[in-house]
Design a protein around this ligand. Structure first.
Ligand code: BES
Ligand code: ZN
Length: 456
């Protein structure tokens, strides 16, 4: 087995160019899940995954249609007595806009220095391909030491609306000892990490309507409520000056972080300078009484993601808009749920909206937060794999981002996830000029090779 491990690592070394070419291939398909104009691209990407899984010798490969975008499944179950790993991935990406801010087009992968730039390079086509290529290296050099199931979805970036039902109706098919989920990144080039907590998400649109049509702001301004002003006042009231969220009952279900965990978090190399550098913000600001690493990992928040009202073109137009809209989302921590947060938001709107306007809340999507067990075979195999490649023990971190499937797998399949990945904090995921650092990507492939052998 040791010999095979060495051979697999050598194979990965020899095939670096080929692996990169394959990653570029899939990055060229604009699989934007939120945009119905890309429906065909979604299917093309799923089919690309199928081809790659075939090349790995996977069996029972199937594209399962869902209400939106298909789920790709495959397995290889011939390692008797060895654990079964459910490899999770998502082949969808976030929209690429604003397009004019990209230095090179988002779906034409481009190499600059050590970085491969493209939408999805880091989040998470790069991670899916890394996992497949690690498995290829193993398959080509003696065979897999563990059983593998793949579940690759196309709806992660829109909150995985079809996946709960898919998992509920395919429990047996998906049964495994644990899940490998490489969608959670690492803290720095020399700081491999394993994530043990993710925030959840509750995403809404709030609409405020006033007059029946846009008004001349001179003829009528001052005599009616302005929906834009009203919406902004409502939003402003959702957080106090200390950053505490004012929705009724918002903090009731939150598990406090104990002193031991706070001390552990304080040891992570994520001090104020880290956040200033990553964000390019002139200063940090967050809920009073907590540090930035706690703000993003262990505390909930509420943010405006976008607003629409009135005249936003060049110059000035003296208009009193008839309506205003804001997209608002809350990042949640255990044990908050999106459903409860919706009721809290509704109650806040009921109690605080003045007369003279009407309002409506549309639910976009949501996902539960999660905390993962850290003591399982999967985490041990991954921690050792990092030590094998990076020569250091991984850091254990909480993440501010959301991967709703992690909590869903705990609830529906009863399995824990090993949350890791080879994306870096400065990869600009969801933003223009997303990139994947290639030296880290290749080390990631090596680490995954070790991971699978460590299970055997
Ligand atoms: N991979 C990210 C989440 C992530 C990034 C976790 C970095 C840990 C470290 C994932 O693809 C993502 O962006 N999820 C969305 C989920 C949402 C749309 C339900 C998110 O967090 O906004
Ligand atoms: Zn993402």
């Amino acid at each position: 087995m040791t010999d095979n491990r060495e051979k697999a690592l050598a194979y990965a070394q020899e095939n670096k160019e080929k692996f990169l070419d394959e990653l570029k291939e899939v990055l060229r398909i604009p699989s934007v899940s939120t945009d119905s104009a890309h429906k065909d691209d979604m299917l093309r990407t799923a089919e690309w995954m199928v081809e790659k899984l075939k090349e790995l010798g996977m069996e029972n490969i199937e594209i399962f249609p869902t209400a939106k975008h298909p789920v790709v499944y495959a397995d290889w179950l011939h390692a008797e007595g060895a654990p079964t790993v459910l490899v999770y991935g998502h082949y969808d990406v976030q929209p690429a806009d604003p397009l004019d801010l990209w230095e090179t087009p988002p779906f034409e992968p481009s190499l600059r220095g050590d970085s491969l730039h493209a939408r999805g390079a880091s989040d998470m086509k790069g991670q899916v391909v890394a996992t497949m290529k690690a498995i290829e290296a193993i398959v080509e050099n003696g065979g897999l030491p563990a059983n593998i199931k793949f579940m690759i979805e196309g709806e992660e970036e829109i909150g995985s609306p079809s996946l709960v039902e898919f998992m509920e109706t395919h429990k047996e098919l998906l049964a495994a000892d644990f899940c490998l989920n490489a969608d959670a990144g690492m803290l720095g080039k020399e700081l491999p990490s394993i994530t043990y907590a993710l925030r959840g998400l509750a995403y809404f649109e709030i609409h405020v309507n006033g007059p029946s049509h846009d008004l001349h702001s001179g003829l009528f301004g001052g005599a009616v409520r302005n929906p834009a002003n009203t919406l902004m006042t409502l939003i402003a009231g959702m957080k106090d000056a200390d950053g505490h969220i004012q929705l009724p009952g918002f903090y009731d279900k939150i598990r406090p972080i104990d002193d031991d965990e706070r001390a552990e978090l304080a040891r992570l190399p994520m001090k104020e300078e880290f956040f200033l550098k990553q964000t390019g913000s002139p200063a940090l600001w967050g809920e009073k009484g907590y540090t930035p690493v706690e703000h993003v990992g262990a505390r909930p928040t509420l943010d405006v993601n976008g607003m629409l009202s009135g005249f936003t073109g060049e110059g000035a137009k003296t208009v009193l808009p008839a309506k205003a809209m804001a997209k608002i989302s809350m990042r949640l921590v255990p044990d908050q749920t999106p459903d409860e947060v919706y009721l809290q938001l509704k109650q806040y709107m009921e109690e605080n909206t003045p007369e003279g306007v009407s309002w409506e809340i549309k639910i976009e999507h949501g996902g539960n937060p999660s905390i993962s067990e850290m003591g399982g075979v999967g985490v041990r195999a991954m921690a050792k794999a990092f030590k094998d490649v990076w020569g250091v023990d991984p850091l254990f971190k909480r993440e501010g981002g959301s991967i709703p499937v992690v909590g869903n797998m705990q609830d529906i399949l009863g399995i824990e996830s090993v949350l890791t990945g080879f994306g870096l904090p400065d990869d600009r995921i969801h933003s223009p000029n997303e990139k994947q650092d290639l030296p880290t990507w290749y080390r990631g492939i090596d680490a995954l090779i070790h991971f699978f052998y460590n299970l055997g």
